[in-house]
Design a protein. Structure first.
Length: 411
């Protein structure tokens, strides 16, 4: 018996360092996966502690607040075991059995393997617990009736299925997981129907989010806007490329997620989005001023009045100040709403990788008449965006009617 106990003690002693290294590796892996899953962006309020919740998420059904997912036992997920965490992540089930609102992207995470969920949970258990309750979500009837989500989940909770990977490269397969599951890109870049569920027959074709367009991520549409694999990887890594910079809802995604991903995964994401045999990026042919419409020609003067000081007279932009207008991806969108929103709302100062920054852009909603705004849009879209059509004042007013609330605008 004594010999047995001695051997058992020795075995446990030898195994302890191995178990410690395994646990350490799992936490490190979980930290990376949590970044890839963009957990911080939705669970961190502006100026708040990481993962402590409180971020207001505006939906058509009301404002939903990101929850505290630090290991606080009173306010966070400190009492969750691995099974309960996996259920929350992949089924939208809280520890008490209540349904989470699908602002939590369990509709994409349901395809996450258990080992990845366990790794993320292992990491979250190591961060500092924040003893503060997040604001309680309070939606109007009938959206505040959580049991009503039972039927919704039966219909839509696990509706997302991955495209067959047969014949695809390993990079494409990894990119599919990074984009469709961990990154849950389709949650914003897919249109939603009346029940608030993704219209999966239009997957990644673009969706409206708080008055902005999350544009199509289909390979043909990306190529039509001038994207290739190298530029797309650069955009995800650095938040900027020849096509412009990340802004609006994508800036937190870059800041909290994509800039921390390794180059292999970023390249895999670009491979998945553009395909193993990507379509050729469409080169932009600038249209001379004299060939533009009358409205666009008038818009040239508006550009010189309010834009050229930062974006330069010929649209070449200025490093660390403002992006180039030539071939800018926002100008190359068929839908003009994002360009309109940026001109009217402005963009706050943005910090990118290293010491790279872009100065704040003021909003011009109160400085341009409807006619001036329409002329400026036509000039930018026709001259540097390659758009053949012309917007009317009525078109612009329809887009303005879809604008989000003004309290978050930058002026």
């Amino acid at each position: 018996m004594k010999l047995f106990l001695t051997r058992l003690t020795l075995a446990v002693g030898l195994a302890a360092p191995v178990l410690f290294v395994h646990a350490e590796d799992q936490v490190k892996r979980g930290e990376y996966l949590a970044r890839a899953a963009d957990c911080m962006a939705c669970h961190t309020a502006p100026g708040g502690a990481p993962f402590a919740g409180g971020l207001p998420i505006v939906s058509p059904f009301g404002t939903i607040y990101g929850t505290n997912i630090t290991p606080s036992k009173d306010h966070g997920i400190g009492l969750y075991n691995d099974d309960e965490f996996f259920a929350a992540l992949t089924e939208g089930k809280r520890r008490d059995g209540a349904n989470l609102y699908p602002a939590m992207p369990y509709t994409s995470y349901h395809l996450m393997p258990r080992e990845d969920s366990d790794a993320i949970h292992a990491y979250l258990k190591t961060i500092e617990p924040i003893e503060r309750a997040a604001p309680v979500t309070s939606l109007s009837f009938p959206f505040n009736v959580r049991p009503g989500l039972i039927g919704w989940n039966m219909m839509y909770g696990k509706a997302l299925k991955l495209e067959s990977a047969e014949g695809k490269s390993e990079a494409w397969k990894r990119g599919q997981y990074m984009v469709e599951v961990l990154g849950h890109c389709g949650e914003c870049h897919t249109p939603r129907g009346l029940p608030g569920a993704m219209q999966l027959d239009k997957r990644l074709t673009g969706g409206i989010l708080n008055g902005y367009l999350a544009p199509s991520l289909l390979a043909t549409d990306l190529a039509a806007r001038g994207w290739n694999e190298q530029d797309l990887g650069t955009f995800l890594k650095h938040g900027m490329s020849a096509q412009g910079t990340m802004f609006n809802e994508m800036f937190p995604v870059f800041h909290n997620s994509t800039q921390g991903l390794n180059d292999t995964d970023l390249a895999a994401m670009a491979t998945f989005l553009l395909g193993d045999k990507p379509p050729a990026a469409k080169a932009l042919v600038e249209v001379p001023l004299e060939q533009l419409s009358a409205s666009a020609r008038r818009g040239r003067q508006e550009y010189l009045n309010v834009c050229a000081g930062c974006h330069a007279v010929e649209g070449e932009g200025k490093p660390h100040i403002a992006v180039a207008m030539r071939g800018n991806t926002t100008l190359r969108l068929t839908d003009a709403r994002n360009l309109l929103r940026v001109i009217e709302d402005g963009i706050g100062e943005q910090q990118f990788v290293g010491f790279e920054r872009m100065q704040p852009m003021p909003g011009f909603a109160d400085k341009l008449s409807p006619g001036q705004l329409t002329d400026l849009l036509n000039y930018l879209r026709q001259g540097w965006g390659g758009q053949p059509g012309e917007l009317t004042i009525g078109d612009v007013q329809k887009l303005q009617a879809d604008a989000p609330p003004t309290e978050h605008k930058v002026h």
